[in-house]
Structures are given as structure tokens and as C-alpha cells.
Design a protein around this ligand. Sequence first.
Ligand code: FMN
Length: 194
Amino acid sequence: MSRVLALKSSILGDYSQSTKLVEEFIKNVDQDKLTVRDLAANPLPMLDFSVATALRATEDLSQDQQSIVDLSNTLIEEIKAADTLVIAAPMYNFTIPTQLKNWIDLIARAGVTFTYTENGVKGLIEGKKAIVVTTRGGIHKDAATDSMTPYLRTVLGFVGITDVEFVYAEALNMGEDAAAKGISEAQSQLAELV
Ligand SMILES: Cc1cc2nc3c(=O)[nH]c(=O)nc-3n(C[C@H](O)[C@H](O)[C@H](O)COP(=O)(O)O)c2cc1C
């Protein structure tokens, strides 16, 4: 398999379904071709005035601002070093985990991962495939309640990652049989993508 960056984002630790699915998917990837980042175990700073200004500053950075820029650069390098991104995206309160949003806020950088041209925005990260593993207690695929998948497609496309595949594990809180079916469908979808 190609070089993989795996992002875990569940807050549920060992109980997480998305983490299990991602781990199953990456178990055959060579260790030297794999980077795993657990965004819940090792949370990134939340976008606030200080982080936003650090990411936009061009000179005279304070030490704190420089460390934010260094972290953002590391996250972007991790994407660039990978061919495939596997992103766990559980649904919490109809959207992605805050921890995953924090990652997005640190990698969406004007002049670094996207730029505006006369023809509109241009993503600067090219040639990547993203597989998003989304786990839900209910069923939302293709419904108005699933605003997180269009959002992820938009924001990944914004930085140039336009080849995005969604793997759904749904109905996980709708009884044992429904949950088993939801997991097994996601596993089959992932097996096809290996
Ligand atoms: C705080 C919280 C909020 C949740 N919100 C939703 C929701 O809005 N819609 C839904 O279908 N399931 C919801 N669930 C159920 C999760 O999507 C489900 O437990 C899923 O397995 C989470 O992925 P994970 O196990 O990888 O954390 C929520 C669960 C938690 C803990």
C-alpha cells in the first residue's frame, strides 16, 4: 500500500468504532509508510485570536506564534508525505469532532495549502486520496441531517484534496443487529479500498 496518514478523532477511546475501523484498515500498512495521529489523545490548539493571527502573520512572530506555525507546518508536511489520508470522522451532535475541526483549522492556510487566483480558489495540496470513515449512532447518509460529509468534501477540496471517498458505519446505536450490519457494511467498503 502507498504511504498513509491516519487521523483518529473519536473521544470514546477503546469504545470507539471509527478508531477500530481505521486500525483494521491500516493494519497491513508498512510501519515506515504509516503516520498515525490521534487528535483526541493528543489534541491540537483550538482556533482563537492568537492561533488565527499566528497563521496569518508574515513577520515578527512571538515565540508562541512561531510554535503554532511550526505545528501547522508539521501537520501539512504529514499530509504532503502521504499518498492516502484515512480520516476517522464520527458524528457528534450532527457534525465532526471538535478535535478534527482543530486539525482542519491548522491545515487550511492561505498561501500554503490554498490560494486565491483570478479564477477563484486553488488548493495547493495535490495528488492525494482521502478515505473518510464516518460512524453514526443513527442513519443520516444522503439526508439533510448529514451536513458533515458535504462539509468535509468542501474543506478537503478547498486545500486540493478532491479525491475523497466516504465509508459509512451507521445505525450503531439502533440495536445490536443494526449496529453489526452498519459495521459489516463499512468493513466491506474498506476492504474494497485496500
Ligand atoms: C457526544 C455524542 C454525540 C453524538 N451525536 C450523534 C448525532 O448527532 N447523530 C448520531 O447519529 N449519532 C450521534 N452519536 C453517536 C455516535 O455517532 C456513535 O457513538 C459513533 O459510534 C461515534 O463514533 P466513535 O465510536 O468512533 O466515537 C453521538 C455520540 C456522542 C458520544
